[in-house]
Design a protein around this ligand. Structure first.
Ligand SMILES: Cc1cc2nc3c(=O)[nH]c(=O)nc-3n(C[C@H](O)[C@H](O)[C@H](O)COP(=O)(O)OP(=O)(O)OC[C@H]3O[C@@H](n4cnc5c(N)ncnc54)[C@H](O)[C@@H]3O)c2cc1C
Length: 495
Protein backbone atom coordinates (compact mmCIF):
# COMPACT_ATOMS: atom_id res chain seq x y z
CA UNK A 1 0.00 0.00 0.00
CA UNK A 2 1.46 3.41 -0.90
CA UNK A 3 1.70 6.13 1.73
CA UNK A 4 -0.98 8.21 -0.01
CA UNK A 5 -3.41 5.31 -0.02
CA UNK A 6 -2.66 4.67 3.62
CA UNK A 7 -3.44 8.24 4.49
CA UNK A 8 -6.65 8.10 2.48
CA UNK A 9 -7.53 4.98 4.43
CA UNK A 10 -7.00 6.76 7.74
CA UNK A 11 -9.08 9.76 6.73
CA UNK A 12 -11.86 7.42 5.58
CA UNK A 13 -11.62 5.45 8.79
CA UNK A 14 -11.69 8.63 10.89
CA UNK A 15 -14.71 10.02 9.10
CA UNK A 16 -16.74 6.84 8.95
CA UNK A 17 -16.04 5.92 12.54
CA UNK A 18 -16.83 9.44 13.69
CA UNK A 19 -20.12 9.58 11.79
CA UNK A 20 -21.13 6.11 12.97
CA UNK A 21 -20.57 7.20 16.52
CA UNK A 22 -22.67 10.34 16.06
CA UNK A 23 -25.59 8.34 14.58
CA UNK A 24 -25.55 5.82 17.38
CA UNK A 25 -24.78 8.30 20.10
CA UNK A 26 -28.28 8.29 21.56
CA UNK A 27 -28.68 4.58 22.06
CA UNK A 28 -25.53 2.49 21.70
CA UNK A 29 -22.73 4.94 22.28
CA UNK A 30 -20.67 2.89 24.68
CA UNK A 31 -21.12 -0.33 22.75
CA UNK A 32 -19.98 1.30 19.52
CA UNK A 33 -16.99 2.78 21.28
CA UNK A 34 -15.98 -0.57 22.72
CA UNK A 35 -16.32 -2.30 19.35
CA UNK A 36 -14.24 0.40 17.66
CA UNK A 37 -11.53 0.02 20.26
CA UNK A 38 -11.16 -3.71 19.52
CA UNK A 39 -10.53 -3.09 15.82
CA UNK A 40 -6.92 -3.18 14.71
CA UNK A 41 -6.29 0.22 13.13
CA UNK A 42 -3.65 -0.91 10.65
CA UNK A 43 -1.74 -4.19 10.59
CA UNK A 44 2.02 -3.81 10.74
CA UNK A 45 3.95 -4.69 7.60
CA UNK A 46 7.11 -6.81 7.82
CA UNK A 47 8.96 -4.35 5.58
CA UNK A 48 9.09 -1.41 7.95
CA UNK A 49 9.80 -0.83 11.63
CA UNK A 50 6.98 1.16 13.15
CA UNK A 51 7.30 4.16 15.46
CA UNK A 52 4.07 5.40 17.00
CA UNK A 53 4.13 8.92 18.45
CA UNK A 54 1.51 9.79 21.07
CA UNK A 55 0.69 13.51 20.86
CA UNK A 56 1.08 15.73 17.81
CA UNK A 57 2.41 18.78 19.63
CA UNK A 58 5.74 20.52 19.17
CA UNK A 59 7.69 17.62 20.73
CA UNK A 60 5.80 14.78 19.01
CA UNK A 61 6.02 16.32 15.55
CA UNK A 62 9.70 17.26 15.97
CA UNK A 63 10.55 13.63 16.78
CA UNK A 64 8.34 12.21 14.02
CA UNK A 65 9.68 14.48 11.28
CA UNK A 66 13.33 14.03 12.27
CA UNK A 67 13.02 10.25 12.15
CA UNK A 68 11.85 10.51 8.54
CA UNK A 69 14.55 13.04 7.66
CA UNK A 70 17.08 10.40 8.71
CA UNK A 71 15.35 7.57 6.83
CA UNK A 72 16.18 8.06 3.12
CA UNK A 73 15.13 4.53 2.11
CA UNK A 74 11.73 4.68 3.82
CA UNK A 75 12.43 1.78 6.15
CA UNK A 76 10.59 3.31 9.08
CA UNK A 77 6.86 3.91 9.32
CA UNK A 78 5.96 6.86 11.57
CA UNK A 79 2.40 7.30 12.82
CA UNK A 80 1.34 10.17 15.07
CA UNK A 81 -1.78 9.79 17.23
CA UNK A 82 -3.32 13.15 18.12
CA UNK A 83 -6.67 13.80 19.77
CA UNK A 84 -7.37 17.23 18.23
CA UNK A 85 -7.64 17.94 14.51
CA UNK A 86 -6.43 21.50 15.20
CA UNK A 87 -3.33 22.27 17.26
CA UNK A 88 -3.22 25.58 19.11
CA UNK A 89 0.33 26.83 19.67
CA UNK A 90 0.79 28.49 23.06
CA UNK A 91 4.12 30.32 22.63
CA UNK A 92 3.58 33.99 21.80
CA UNK A 93 -0.22 33.50 22.02
CA UNK A 94 -0.29 35.93 24.97
CA UNK A 95 0.28 38.68 22.38
CA UNK A 96 -3.36 38.11 21.36
CA UNK A 97 -4.33 39.80 24.65
CA UNK A 98 -2.20 42.83 23.72
CA UNK A 99 -3.41 42.95 20.10
CA UNK A 100 0.22 43.37 19.07
CA UNK A 101 0.32 45.09 15.69
CA UNK A 102 3.55 43.41 14.48
CA UNK A 103 2.16 39.92 15.20
CA UNK A 104 -1.03 40.78 13.31
CA UNK A 105 0.97 42.24 10.40
CA UNK A 106 3.16 39.13 10.22
CA UNK A 107 -0.13 37.16 9.91
CA UNK A 108 1.01 34.65 12.52
CA UNK A 109 -1.45 31.76 12.76
CA UNK A 110 -1.79 30.05 16.14
CA UNK A 111 -4.00 27.18 14.90
CA UNK A 112 -2.52 24.48 12.70
CA UNK A 113 -3.81 21.28 11.17
CA UNK A 114 -1.64 18.34 10.16
CA UNK A 115 -2.05 18.50 6.37
CA UNK A 116 1.38 19.96 5.66
CA UNK A 117 3.18 17.89 8.29
CA UNK A 118 1.84 14.71 6.61
CA UNK A 119 2.53 15.92 3.09
CA UNK A 120 6.03 17.26 3.67
CA UNK A 121 7.37 14.53 5.94
CA UNK A 122 5.94 11.21 4.85
CA UNK A 123 4.30 10.61 8.23
CA UNK A 124 0.71 9.69 9.06
CA UNK A 125 -1.33 11.61 11.62
CA UNK A 126 -4.44 9.89 12.92
CA UNK A 127 -6.92 12.05 14.83
CA UNK A 128 -7.83 9.84 17.74
CA UNK A 129 -7.35 9.75 21.50
CA UNK A 130 -5.02 7.26 23.14
CA UNK A 131 -6.89 5.56 25.98
CA UNK A 132 -4.74 2.60 26.93
CA UNK A 133 -1.35 1.00 26.38
CA UNK A 134 0.21 -2.41 26.89
CA UNK A 135 3.97 -2.07 26.73
CA UNK A 136 4.56 -5.81 27.15
CA UNK A 137 2.56 -6.57 24.00
CA UNK A 138 3.56 -3.22 22.40
CA UNK A 139 -0.05 -2.32 21.64
CA UNK A 140 -1.78 1.04 22.07
CA UNK A 141 -5.54 1.39 22.29
CA UNK A 142 -7.24 4.47 20.87
CA UNK A 143 -10.87 5.48 20.54
CA UNK A 144 -10.71 4.21 16.94
CA UNK A 145 -8.94 0.91 17.51
CA UNK A 146 -5.66 -0.70 18.50
CA UNK A 147 -2.25 -0.17 16.97
CA UNK A 148 0.97 -2.15 17.31
CA UNK A 149 4.39 -0.56 17.55
CA UNK A 150 8.09 -1.40 17.61
CA UNK A 151 8.94 1.88 19.33
CA UNK A 152 6.62 4.38 20.95
CA UNK A 153 7.29 8.06 21.67
CA UNK A 154 5.13 9.50 24.44
CA UNK A 155 4.64 13.28 24.05
CA UNK A 156 1.23 14.29 25.49
CA UNK A 157 2.22 17.54 27.30
CA UNK A 158 0.71 18.59 30.63
CA UNK A 159 -2.51 18.45 32.65
CA UNK A 160 -3.81 20.77 35.37
CA UNK A 161 -3.87 19.77 39.02
CA UNK A 162 -6.80 21.66 40.59
CA UNK A 163 -7.13 19.11 43.40
CA UNK A 164 -3.68 20.00 44.74
CA UNK A 165 -4.64 23.68 44.82
CA UNK A 166 -8.13 23.23 46.27
CA UNK A 167 -8.32 19.73 47.83
CA UNK A 168 -11.93 20.18 48.98
CA UNK A 169 -13.33 21.48 45.71
CA UNK A 170 -15.99 19.29 44.06
CA UNK A 171 -15.70 18.17 40.44
CA UNK A 172 -18.48 20.64 39.64
CA UNK A 173 -16.50 23.53 41.09
CA UNK A 174 -13.41 22.48 39.15
CA UNK A 175 -15.55 22.32 36.02
CA UNK A 176 -16.73 25.89 36.67
CA UNK A 177 -13.12 27.01 37.01
CA UNK A 178 -12.21 25.53 33.63
CA UNK A 179 -15.19 27.25 31.99
CA UNK A 180 -15.34 30.58 33.86
CA UNK A 181 -11.79 31.31 35.00
CA UNK A 182 -9.75 29.10 32.62
CA UNK A 183 -6.00 28.64 32.96
CA UNK A 184 -5.29 28.77 29.21
CA UNK A 185 -1.95 26.95 29.53
CA UNK A 186 -2.92 24.00 27.31
CA UNK A 187 -1.95 23.61 23.69
CA UNK A 188 -4.88 21.47 22.57
CA UNK A 189 -7.31 23.43 20.44
CA UNK A 190 -7.12 26.81 22.18
CA UNK A 191 -10.64 26.79 23.66
CA UNK A 192 -9.56 28.16 27.01
CA UNK A 193 -7.55 31.00 25.50
CA UNK A 194 -10.60 31.92 23.40
CA UNK A 195 -12.84 32.09 26.49
CA UNK A 196 -10.48 34.62 28.10
CA UNK A 197 -10.13 36.63 24.89
CA UNK A 198 -13.93 36.80 24.54
CA UNK A 199 -14.22 37.91 28.16
CA UNK A 200 -11.64 40.62 27.49
CA UNK A 201 -13.63 41.99 24.55
CA UNK A 202 -16.89 41.88 26.57
CA UNK A 203 -15.13 43.68 29.42
CA UNK A 204 -14.05 46.45 27.06
CA UNK A 205 -17.61 46.79 25.67
CA UNK A 206 -19.04 47.10 29.16
CA UNK A 207 -16.64 49.89 30.18
CA UNK A 208 -13.59 47.92 31.39
CA UNK A 209 -13.91 48.63 35.11
CA UNK A 210 -12.43 46.53 37.90
CA UNK A 211 -9.72 43.88 37.76
CA UNK A 212 -8.51 41.28 35.29
CA UNK A 213 -6.89 39.02 37.91
CA UNK A 214 -4.13 36.59 36.95
CA UNK A 215 -3.20 33.91 39.49
CA UNK A 216 0.07 32.14 38.57
CA UNK A 217 0.58 28.52 39.70
CA UNK A 218 1.74 28.35 43.32
CA UNK A 219 4.99 26.61 42.35
CA UNK A 220 6.31 23.21 41.34
CA UNK A 221 7.20 22.22 37.80
CA UNK A 222 5.26 24.46 35.46
CA UNK A 223 4.93 24.82 31.68
CA UNK A 224 6.48 28.18 30.75
CA UNK A 225 6.86 29.84 34.15
CA UNK A 226 7.06 33.42 32.78
CA UNK A 227 3.79 33.06 30.80
CA UNK A 228 1.40 34.52 33.46
CA UNK A 229 3.58 37.65 33.82
CA UNK A 230 3.88 38.05 30.06
CA UNK A 231 0.10 37.74 29.86
CA UNK A 232 -0.28 40.45 32.51
CA UNK A 233 1.91 42.83 30.46
CA UNK A 234 -0.17 42.09 27.37
CA UNK A 235 -3.49 42.70 29.18
CA UNK A 236 -1.98 45.96 30.44
CA UNK A 237 -1.21 46.93 26.83
CA UNK A 238 -4.87 46.24 25.97
CA UNK A 239 -6.03 48.44 28.87
CA UNK A 240 -3.72 51.25 27.72
CA UNK A 241 -4.76 50.92 24.08
CA UNK A 242 -8.47 51.34 24.89
CA UNK A 243 -7.90 53.68 27.86
CA UNK A 244 -9.94 51.44 30.15
CA UNK A 245 -10.31 52.42 33.82
CA UNK A 246 -9.59 48.84 35.02
CA UNK A 247 -6.28 47.19 35.85
CA UNK A 248 -4.61 43.83 35.55
CA UNK A 249 -3.89 42.37 39.00
CA UNK A 250 -1.31 39.60 39.57
CA UNK A 251 -2.17 37.69 42.72
CA UNK A 252 0.94 35.66 43.49
CA UNK A 253 2.13 33.59 46.42
CA UNK A 254 5.67 34.58 45.44
CA UNK A 255 7.03 38.05 46.40
CA UNK A 256 8.55 38.39 42.92
CA UNK A 257 7.60 37.04 39.47
CA UNK A 258 8.64 33.39 39.57
CA UNK A 259 10.76 33.68 36.43
CA UNK A 260 12.80 36.60 35.08
CA UNK A 261 11.85 38.29 38.39
CA UNK A 262 13.91 41.52 38.44
CA UNK A 263 13.42 42.15 34.72
CA UNK A 264 9.63 41.85 35.05
CA UNK A 265 9.60 44.23 38.05
CA UNK A 266 11.59 46.76 36.03
CA UNK A 267 9.10 46.45 33.14
CA UNK A 268 6.09 46.71 35.49
CA UNK A 269 7.47 49.98 36.89
CA UNK A 270 8.65 51.54 33.64
CA UNK A 271 5.85 50.51 31.28
CA UNK A 272 2.79 49.37 33.23
CA UNK A 273 2.92 51.72 36.22
CA UNK A 274 -0.77 52.66 36.35
CA UNK A 275 -2.36 49.64 34.66
CA UNK A 276 -0.77 46.67 36.45
CA UNK A 277 -0.88 45.74 40.13
CA UNK A 278 1.46 43.09 41.54
CA UNK A 279 0.37 41.72 44.95
CA UNK A 280 -1.33 45.02 45.79
CA UNK A 281 1.52 47.23 44.51
CA UNK A 282 1.16 49.67 41.64
CA UNK A 283 4.33 50.67 39.76
CA UNK A 284 4.77 53.68 42.06
CA UNK A 285 4.44 51.49 45.17
CA UNK A 286 7.02 49.03 43.78
CA UNK A 287 9.43 51.91 43.19
CA UNK A 288 8.90 53.31 46.65
CA UNK A 289 9.60 49.87 48.19
CA UNK A 290 12.83 49.69 46.21
CA UNK A 291 13.86 53.07 47.68
CA UNK A 292 12.80 52.03 51.18
CA UNK A 293 15.03 48.96 50.90
CA UNK A 294 17.97 51.28 50.13
CA UNK A 295 18.24 50.73 46.36
CA UNK A 296 17.29 52.61 43.20
CA UNK A 297 16.17 51.77 39.68
CA UNK A 298 19.76 51.35 38.49
CA UNK A 299 20.92 48.80 41.06
CA UNK A 300 17.95 46.88 42.51
CA UNK A 301 18.28 44.18 39.79
CA UNK A 302 21.72 43.04 41.01
CA UNK A 303 21.36 39.50 42.32
CA UNK A 304 22.27 40.23 45.95
CA UNK A 305 20.19 43.46 46.06
CA UNK A 306 17.18 41.76 44.53
CA UNK A 307 17.18 38.93 47.06
CA UNK A 308 17.29 41.52 49.88
CA UNK A 309 14.44 43.49 48.26
CA UNK A 310 12.41 40.32 47.80
CA UNK A 311 12.12 39.90 51.57
CA UNK A 312 10.34 43.25 51.84
CA UNK A 313 7.64 42.56 49.23
CA UNK A 314 4.07 41.33 49.87
CA UNK A 315 2.65 37.90 48.99
CA UNK A 316 -0.94 36.81 48.23
CA UNK A 317 -2.02 33.22 48.75
CA UNK A 318 -5.27 32.27 46.94
CA UNK A 319 -7.68 30.27 49.12
CA UNK A 320 -11.03 30.11 47.33
CA UNK A 321 -13.15 31.43 44.46
CA UNK A 322 -16.80 32.44 44.68
CA UNK A 323 -17.89 32.10 41.06
CA UNK A 324 -21.37 33.56 41.68
CA UNK A 325 -20.10 36.70 43.41
CA UNK A 326 -16.94 36.82 41.25
CA UNK A 327 -14.84 37.14 44.36
CA UNK A 328 -11.47 35.72 45.40
CA UNK A 329 -10.55 34.92 49.00
CA UNK A 330 -6.83 35.04 49.74
CA UNK A 331 -4.27 35.52 52.51
CA UNK A 332 -2.20 38.69 52.31
CA UNK A 333 1.16 39.13 54.03
CA UNK A 334 2.97 42.46 54.02
CA UNK A 335 6.20 40.48 53.50
CA UNK A 336 7.38 36.90 53.92
CA UNK A 337 7.94 37.38 57.69
CA UNK A 338 4.62 39.05 58.56
CA UNK A 339 1.57 37.13 59.67
CA UNK A 340 -1.00 36.66 56.91
CA UNK A 341 -4.46 38.22 57.12
CA UNK A 342 -7.64 37.32 55.26
CA UNK A 343 -8.52 39.50 52.27
CA UNK A 344 -10.85 39.34 49.31
CA UNK A 345 -11.04 41.00 45.92
CA UNK A 346 -13.75 41.19 43.26
CA UNK A 347 -12.80 40.37 39.70
CA UNK A 348 -14.22 41.26 36.31
CA UNK A 349 -12.14 38.49 34.69
CA UNK A 350 -10.07 35.86 36.43
CA UNK A 351 -7.34 33.69 34.92
CA UNK A 352 -6.78 31.05 37.59
CA UNK A 353 -3.78 28.83 36.84
CA UNK A 354 -3.59 25.76 39.09
CA UNK A 355 -0.58 23.53 39.66
CA UNK A 356 0.56 21.60 36.60
CA UNK A 357 1.26 17.89 36.37
CA UNK A 358 2.36 15.49 33.66
CA UNK A 359 -0.45 14.62 31.25
CA UNK A 360 -2.41 11.60 32.54
CA UNK A 361 -1.96 9.83 29.20
CA UNK A 362 1.61 9.10 30.39
CA UNK A 363 0.21 7.02 33.30
CA UNK A 364 -1.25 4.52 30.78
CA UNK A 365 2.27 3.32 29.87
CA UNK A 366 3.01 2.14 33.42
CA UNK A 367 6.70 3.00 33.34
CA UNK A 368 8.57 4.74 36.16
CA UNK A 369 7.31 8.27 36.83
CA UNK A 370 8.18 11.06 39.21
CA UNK A 371 5.72 12.64 41.66
CA UNK A 372 4.76 15.27 39.09
CA UNK A 373 3.72 12.55 36.62
CA UNK A 374 6.81 13.01 34.42
CA UNK A 375 8.20 9.85 32.80
CA UNK A 376 11.69 9.03 34.04
CA UNK A 377 14.36 8.74 31.35
CA UNK A 378 17.40 6.50 31.64
CA UNK A 379 20.61 8.44 32.43
CA UNK A 380 21.85 10.43 29.39
CA UNK A 381 19.00 8.97 27.28
CA UNK A 382 15.51 9.99 26.21
CA UNK A 383 13.94 6.56 26.55
CA UNK A 384 12.32 5.30 29.73
CA UNK A 385 14.46 3.92 32.52
CA UNK A 386 12.06 0.96 32.71
CA UNK A 387 11.56 0.22 28.99
CA UNK A 388 14.01 1.26 26.27
CA UNK A 389 11.31 0.94 23.57
CA UNK A 390 9.32 3.73 25.20
CA UNK A 391 10.76 7.15 24.32
CA UNK A 392 9.71 10.34 26.06
CA UNK A 393 9.46 13.81 24.50
CA UNK A 394 8.45 17.33 25.50
CA UNK A 395 7.08 18.60 28.79
CA UNK A 396 6.38 15.08 30.09
CA UNK A 397 10.11 14.26 30.21
CA UNK A 398 11.36 13.44 33.71
CA UNK A 399 14.81 12.73 35.21
CA UNK A 400 16.43 15.38 33.00
CA UNK A 401 15.84 18.91 34.21
CA UNK A 402 14.62 20.77 31.15
CA UNK A 403 12.14 23.50 32.01
CA UNK A 404 8.94 22.61 30.12
CA UNK A 405 9.20 24.77 27.01
CA UNK A 406 8.75 24.71 23.26
CA UNK A 407 12.45 25.23 22.66
CA UNK A 408 13.44 22.24 24.81
CA UNK A 409 10.60 20.14 23.32
CA UNK A 410 11.76 20.90 19.82
CA UNK A 411 15.56 20.69 20.27
CA UNK A 412 15.45 17.50 22.39
CA UNK A 413 12.80 16.20 19.95
CA UNK A 414 15.20 16.56 16.99
CA UNK A 415 17.94 14.72 18.88
CA UNK A 416 15.52 11.96 19.91
CA UNK A 417 14.24 11.54 16.34
CA UNK A 418 17.78 11.25 15.02
CA UNK A 419 18.76 8.73 17.70
CA UNK A 420 15.68 6.55 17.05
CA UNK A 421 16.43 6.50 13.31
CA UNK A 422 20.08 5.64 13.98
CA UNK A 423 19.12 2.90 16.41
CA UNK A 424 16.76 1.29 13.89
CA UNK A 425 18.87 1.76 10.76
CA UNK A 426 22.45 1.57 12.05
CA UNK A 427 22.10 -0.20 15.40
CA UNK A 428 23.69 2.90 16.98
CA UNK A 429 22.03 4.12 20.13
CA UNK A 430 23.60 7.51 20.91
CA UNK A 431 22.33 10.92 21.85
CA UNK A 432 24.21 14.06 22.90
CA UNK A 433 21.83 16.12 24.99
CA UNK A 434 24.29 19.00 25.35
CA UNK A 435 23.28 19.90 21.78
CA UNK A 436 19.79 20.78 23.02
CA UNK A 437 18.96 24.36 23.95
CA UNK A 438 16.64 26.39 26.10
CA UNK A 439 15.52 29.82 24.92
CA UNK A 440 12.43 31.56 26.20
CA UNK A 441 11.06 34.95 25.17
CA UNK A 442 8.33 36.96 26.91
CA UNK A 443 6.72 39.86 25.07
CA UNK A 444 6.42 42.67 27.60
CA UNK A 445 5.93 46.03 25.86
CA UNK A 446 3.99 46.99 22.72
CA UNK A 447 5.57 50.28 21.69
CA UNK A 448 8.40 49.93 20.93
CA UNK A 449 7.99 46.16 20.82
CA UNK A 450 10.12 44.64 23.56
CA UNK A 451 10.73 41.14 24.95
CA UNK A 452 12.77 39.53 27.71
CA UNK A 453 14.93 36.68 26.44
CA UNK A 454 16.54 33.99 28.54
CA UNK A 455 18.81 31.36 27.05
CA UNK A 456 20.53 28.47 28.78
CA UNK A 457 23.17 25.98 27.72
CA UNK A 458 22.81 22.31 28.68
CA UNK A 459 25.26 20.28 30.75
CA UNK A 460 25.19 16.60 31.72
CA UNK A 461 25.91 15.67 35.34
CA UNK A 462 27.84 12.58 36.41
CA UNK A 463 24.52 10.81 36.94
CA UNK A 464 23.56 11.49 33.33
CA UNK A 465 21.05 14.23 34.15
CA UNK A 466 20.75 16.90 31.44
CA UNK A 467 20.19 20.31 33.03
CA UNK A 468 20.69 24.03 32.50
CA UNK A 469 24.28 25.27 32.65
CA UNK A 470 25.06 28.91 32.04
CA UNK A 471 22.16 31.35 31.71
CA UNK A 472 21.92 34.66 29.85
CA UNK A 473 19.05 37.09 30.21
CA UNK A 474 18.49 40.35 28.33
CA UNK A 475 15.92 42.70 26.85
CA UNK A 476 15.41 42.18 23.12
CA UNK A 477 13.56 43.79 20.28
CA UNK A 478 10.21 41.96 20.26
CA UNK A 479 10.69 41.08 16.58
CA UNK A 480 13.16 38.48 17.90
CA UNK A 481 10.25 36.61 19.47
CA UNK A 482 8.30 36.66 16.20
CA UNK A 483 11.33 35.24 14.35
CA UNK A 484 11.88 32.61 17.05
CA UNK A 485 8.21 31.57 16.88
CA UNK A 486 8.34 31.18 13.11
CA UNK A 487 11.51 29.09 13.32
CA UNK A 488 10.70 26.87 16.29
CA UNK A 489 6.92 26.64 16.60
CA UNK A 490 5.65 27.03 13.03
CA UNK A 491 8.28 24.88 11.32
CA UNK A 492 7.03 21.40 12.31
CA UNK A 493 3.47 22.26 11.22
CA UNK A 494 4.25 24.25 8.06
CA UNK A 495 7.46 23.09 6.45
C1 LIG B 1 0.92 30.94 27.25
C2 LIG B 1 2.13 30.13 26.98
C3 LIG B 1 3.27 30.72 26.47
C4 LIG B 1 4.39 29.94 26.18
N1 LIG B 1 5.50 30.56 25.69
C5 LIG B 1 6.61 29.84 25.42
C6 LIG B 1 7.78 30.48 24.93
O1 LIG B 1 7.83 31.68 24.71
N2 LIG B 1 8.86 29.70 24.68
C7 LIG B 1 8.86 28.36 24.88
O2 LIG B 1 9.88 27.71 24.62
N3 LIG B 1 7.75 27.72 25.36
C8 LIG B 1 6.63 28.43 25.64
N4 LIG B 1 5.51 27.80 26.13
C9 LIG B 1 5.56 26.36 26.45
C10 LIG B 1 5.27 25.44 25.26
O3 LIG B 1 4.06 25.76 24.65
C11 LIG B 1 5.21 23.99 25.74
O4 LIG B 1 6.31 23.71 26.56
C12 LIG B 1 5.21 23.03 24.54
O5 LIG B 1 4.03 23.21 23.81
C13 LIG B 1 5.33 21.58 24.99
O6 LIG B 1 5.24 20.73 23.89
P1 LIG B 1 4.67 19.24 24.03
O7 LIG B 1 4.73 18.68 22.67
O8 LIG B 1 5.33 18.55 25.15
O9 LIG B 1 3.17 19.43 24.49
P2 LIG B 1 1.95 20.02 23.66
O10 LIG B 1 2.41 21.09 22.76
O11 LIG B 1 0.92 20.34 24.68
O12 LIG B 1 1.45 18.80 22.79
C14 LIG B 1 0.88 17.66 23.37
C15 LIG B 1 -0.12 17.08 22.38
O13 LIG B 1 -0.53 15.80 22.84
C16 LIG B 1 -1.91 15.64 22.58
N5 LIG B 1 -2.45 14.61 23.47
C17 LIG B 1 -2.47 14.62 24.83
N6 LIG B 1 -3.04 13.49 25.30
C18 LIG B 1 -3.38 12.75 24.21
C19 LIG B 1 -4.01 11.49 24.04
N7 LIG B 1 -4.41 10.75 25.09
N8 LIG B 1 -4.21 11.03 22.79
C20 LIG B 1 -3.82 11.76 21.70
N9 LIG B 1 -3.23 12.97 21.81
C21 LIG B 1 -3.00 13.45 23.05
C22 LIG B 1 -2.48 17.04 22.86
O14 LIG B 1 -3.73 17.21 22.22
C23 LIG B 1 -1.39 17.94 22.27
O15 LIG B 1 -1.63 18.26 20.92
C24 LIG B 1 4.38 28.55 26.41
C25 LIG B 1 3.22 27.95 26.92
C26 LIG B 1 2.11 28.73 27.22
C27 LIG B 1 0.89 28.06 27.76
Amino acid sequence: MSMITRRGFFKFLTLTTASTMVVEANNERNETRLLAQKKELLPKTKKQQRVVVVGGGIAGLSVAETIKQNDPDNKIEVIVLERNAQYFACPMSNTLFGEIKEVEEAKIPFQYDYTLAEKNHNIDVIITEVIDADIKKKIITTTLGTIEYDYVVVAPGIDYNYKKLFPIWSQEKIRRATKETPAAMFSDSGKEKQILLNQLQDWKKSGGEGYFVIIPPKGGKVRCKPAPYERACMVSEFIKKYKLPGKVYILDNSPKPQAKGAKFIEIFIKHHKDTLVFNGMSGAEMESRIKKAGFDMSNFMKKENFSELEETLPVCDIKDVDFDKKELAFLYSENVFEEAKKESISYAICNLIPYHRGNKTADLFKVKQDKWGGMLCAPSKTYSVSDSFVYIAGDIMGYHKFSPSAQASSSVGFLTGESIANRILKGKDEIDLTKAGITCFSMVVADPLKAIEISKSIIITQKGVAKAGSTKMSFRDGMGLIGWYQAVVETPFKY
